[in-house]
Design a protein. Structure first.
Length: 351
């Protein structure tokens, strides 16, 4: 769509880049949306857009629309209940064996459906040195923490120096076996995955994983795949997280193309998230029944390697649960049950 060299961070810059029509500047509702939620679209993603948000799965994810001003009573400012489980700044400790570490709130791009949209943005500042030290000390003082999931914001937006500081500190904590990063950088700003970043991710003892956020096969451009190949070639296992989104990937064909492309790029699909109740994101939501029907259609049609777990983050901070579909019925009093195959055929099983 456009040829620009800088990230567009306002309605004006999106108009200048040709992503929004000039009339967008006179829309008071859009002005409200732009004030409430951060905007950033990288040149890589701008170049991928092929139409307006109503028609294009890439534009729909990243271009602000007036629909975001529509809030429903069930919308939540903290949709997954992170705040309930934050013992200190920058840490969310919900499950016994793992914590989230959130060193910053900035992202390379601001997704219009973001579940942390009330927190992310360029204004939400990173942990300062003292706060980061306190968060790392919390991890060191809790021997039950086996895994640290570094998220944000997007941790690959940190300078390599700061990233290395985090990896080195966690690597020195004997009970931390796994350091998992969640990022959209390989898709949104692939050039950041360079030698310095790879060097910063090198741990000598702990195992480093990277989870890439990707929702549509078209995001996997040659540059994005090359960035992921650099990570994989550095010995880092790659996972993906995707969000099921109306108008982006809510068809069997779109999900099939996405998961096949990820696996071919050495990325194992991990979670398909049911959309969260974030404010102003109702137009992206679909029902759990629709999501289950899509998952059912993928089973058997795609290799098991291409099957993520369909999960719901339960509002209120109760964690994630797989939400089906289920293939096994409860047994009858005689101990006999029915199990469905991938085509919907039912079979008796007793055992
Ligand atoms: C999602 C999440 C995790 C990670 O969960 P996994 O199922 O291990 O991927 C950990 N802590 C919190 C608070 C989370 O929201
Ligand atoms: S990259 Fe993740 S945290 Fe950042 S805006 Fe997108 S969904 Fe939200």
């Amino acid at each position: 769509m456009s040829r620009t060299s800088a990230t567009a961070r306002s309605l004006g810059e999106l108009v200048a880049a040709g992503a929004l029509p000039p009339a967008a500047l006179d829309d008071p509702v859009l002005a409200d949306v732009a004030r409430d939620y951060a905007i950033a679209v990288t040149p890589e993603l701008l170049a991928l857009m092929e139409g307006p948000p109503e028609q294009d799965p890439i534009a729909r994810q990243f271009l602000p629309t007036a629909r975001e001003a529509e809030t429903a009573p069930e919308d939540l400012t903290d949709p997954i209940g992170d705040e309930v489980h934050a013992p200190i700044k920058g840490i969310v400790h919900r499950y016994p064996d793992r914590v989230l570490l959130k060193p910053l709130h900035a992202c390379p791009v601001y997704c219009r459906f973001c579940f942390r949209r009330e927190q992310v943005g360029p204004g939400g500042e990173a942990l300062d040195d003292q706060e980061l030290d306190a968060a790392l000390a919390y991890i060191a003082n809790h021997p039950e923490i086996w895994e640290v999931i570094v998220t944000g914001g997007d941790p690959f937006m940190l300078s390599p120096r700061r990233l290395a500081r985090i990896v080195t500190a966690l690597d020195a904590v004997a009970h931390v076996a796994v350091i998992r990063f969640h990022t959209r950088v390989p898709i949104a700003d692939s050039g950041r995955v360079n030698e310095q970043l790879l060097a910063a991710l090198k741990a000598s003892r702990a195992t480093v994983y990277v989870g890439v956020h990707c929702n549509h096969a078209r995001e996997l451009t040659p540059q994005a795949r090359a960035a992921m190949a650099r990570l994989a070639d550095a010995g880092i296992p790659l996972l993906s997280q995707s969000v099921l989104l109306r108008g982006v990937n809510d068809s069997v064909e779109a999900l099939e193309a996405l998961f096949r492309a990820l696996v071919a790029a050495r990325v194992r699909p991990y979670y398909l998230h049911h959309p969260d109740m974030a404010r102003g994101t109702g137009h992206f939501r679909l029902s759990i029944e629709e999501g289950q029907a899509l998952m059912r259609a993928l089973r058997g049609r795609l290799s098991g390697l291409c099957q993520p777990t369909y999960v719901l983050d339960i509002p209120g901070g109760h964690g994630k649960s797989p939400i089906g579909p289920t293939y096994l019925q409860e047994p009858n009093p005689g101990g006999d049950r029915l199990v469905s195959d991938y085509r919907g055929g039912r079979h008796h099983y007793s055992g």
